[in-house]
Design a protein around this ligand. Structure first.
Ligand SMILES: [Zn+2]
Length: 74
């Protein structure tokens, strides 16, 4: 079904963190609206667009409590 003929090339795009100016790799499996974290500073972004890459900073800052309260449903 999926085409995996290319091995790992051109599959990655990068966003840029507005806080630490680090590059954030946008893997091919991320979709618009997905949440993504900056590896360097942990800022949470949402993907607005993949081509070109546009990231929108989340309004909620990193709060550990919030994550522990989160429940996931199938
Ligand atoms: Zn960052």
């Amino acid at each position: 079904m999926a085409k995996f003929s290319r091995h790992h090339t051109n599959s990655e795009r990068f966003g840029k963190c507005q806080i630490c100016l680090g590059y954030i790799p946008i893997e091919y499996y991320f979709a618009i609206g997905d949440e993504i974290n900056c590896f360097e500073c942990g800022t949470v972004y949402f993907i607005d667009s993949k081509n070109p890459v546009k990231l929108r900073m989340s309004d909620l800052f990193i709060e550990d409590d919030r994550f522990s309260e989160m429940s996931f449903e199938d």
